[in-house]
Write a protein that binds this ligand. Sequence first.
Ligand SMILES: [Zn+2]
Length: 134
Amino acid sequence: MEKICVFCEIFDKLLLKETVYSRVIINYCPLGKFALLVTPKRHVSLITDLKKEELIDLVLLYQETIMTINEKFEIPPIFGWFNQGQEAGQTIDHFHFHIALYEKNGNLKLPERIGEKTPISEDLLINIKKIFAQ
Ligand SMILES: [Zn+2]
């Protein structure tokens, strides 16, 4: 049986914005307060698998997403990164940039991938969708 890719199959509920080649989705089980993922529509594993036009579209959407966050959330600390391959900690085999936000007074160290990851609340999900729909 082929493994389901959550970014290809289950993105509807979490979709914030899309362009020709890319999507911004909410990380359903974030490590921080909330986290977003910017991902190509085409299923590829690595950044090196992307075509030039896909990569340009993706990076522009990444920048735009950070600008939206800056505008709406009073410039919170933002962490952005990607994991290139399983050995680098990539858990979903569909390339994605991470955007994680932390409380201004919180611990700015990235949390380790241990312990409980809790799904974001429905209220927060609705609020974030509203912000990106403006
Ligand atoms: Zn996929």
